[in-house]
Design a protein around this ligand. Structure first.
Ligand code: ADP
Ligand code: MG
Length: 297
């Protein structure tokens, strides 16, 4: 990955990772099977209400993995926005660029979890809380975090602002890029991280062998690719190696957010200058623990 000045490596401060993307409320219910049209499915009660959203989850995981962490994101100025701000502050995530947008609602995800731990997610995403290029630009300029992790499905101006900022640090992207950007959004990245479904959406076909998919994604320009493959673990591919890091077999209670636990941990470890192979292994361990215990503790 990238090289930082030696004085930073010697610094007693933990490495700083900035996350650019979404935060929302997760309302999670456990259901015996997927709902069918026109029939009510009864969930186990109560539903749980927790902080969520890709970048928020990743930031909390990175914080837990020992990084200094900032979240650049927007929510509404409603009670949910205040709740999220408090949760981040309690976890010691920097919220100096986490904005509560006046008279906007906070996004809400409805998450249904079936007994096999699989999850089905619907996200109500308010347009008013989409990140703007200006917000991202000024936040990154002020934070000067050497490692930046961005969702690629944000509005193109927000993703472009991340790319323009990209100077000496490590740039990590995840998710299927916004259609306007398409696969070209992978080219500026030091590392692209996705799950198998996202990889298939980008490549336009599913590869049974995730190593092939990772190598195909790398041809789109990122210096390295990591593909998470659920219970099988994760595959990484860089200029030197392509290999599978297997996950331990566990009884999955809830897999929702596992990919974020993985990426937050991976980013924190890479920021600590841990080599990619080991950072991926630590990400797999953290994510496997996450699904075994049923979420963030
Ligand atoms: N059923 C499972 N058993 C063990 N580990 C799992 C399981 N599902 C996910 N994981 C862990 O979480 C990581 C991410 O999961 P994955 O399903 O690939 O992503 P996503 O959360 O995007 O669906 C995997 O690399 C693995 O470490
Ligand atoms: Mg999964």
């Amino acid at each position: 990955m990238n090289h930082h000045p030696p004085d930073q490596a010697r610094s007693p401060q933990p490495p700083h990772v900035a996350f650019v993307g979404r935060a929302n409320i997760d309302i999670t219910v456990r259901i015996p099977q997927r709902p069918v049209p026109g029939r009510t499915t009864f969930a186990s009660s109560p539903a749980t209400t927790t902080p969520g959203g890709k970048s928020l989850n990743q930031a909390l995981a990175a914080r837990q993995a020992g990084a200094r962490t900032s979240l650049i994101s927007n929510v509404g100025d409603d009670e949910w926005g205040i709740f999220l701000n408090r949760a981040l502050t309690d976890a010691a995530v920097d919220v100096s660029h986490f904005r509560l947008v006046p008279s906007a609602p906070t996004g809400i995800a409805i998450i249904e979890v079936t007994p096999d731990g699989e999850n089905y997610i619907v996200l109500a995403r308010p347009p008013k809380t989409e990140l703007t290029g200006e917000h991202v630009r000024s936040a990154l300029r002020q934070l000067r975090a050497p490692t930046v992790v961005t969702q690629l499905d944000l509005q193109p101006e927000a993703v472009d602002a991340v790319f323009q900022h990209h100077d000496a640090g490590t740039l990590i992207g995840n998710l299927v890029p916004h259609p306007t950007l398409g696969a070209t959004a992978l080219a500026p990245l030091d590392l692209f991280v996705s799950n198998e479904a996202e990889a298939a959406a980008i490549l336009g076909r599913h590869h049974a062998d995730p190593s092939i998919a990772a190598q195909e994604l790398r041809k789109l320009g990122p210096r390295a690719v990591v593909l998470t493959v659920g219970a099988r673990g994760a595959v990484y591919s860089d200029a030197d190696h392509t290999a599978l890091v297997p996950a331990q077999h566990v009884n999955a209670i809830n897999t929702s957010g596992a990919g974020d636990a993985f990426l937050g941990t991976l980013a924190a470890r890479l920021a600590h200058k841990v080599p990619l192979t080991h950072a991926v292994a630590e990400g797999v361990t953290a994510a496997t623990t996450f699904v075994r215990v049923g979420g963030r503790q």
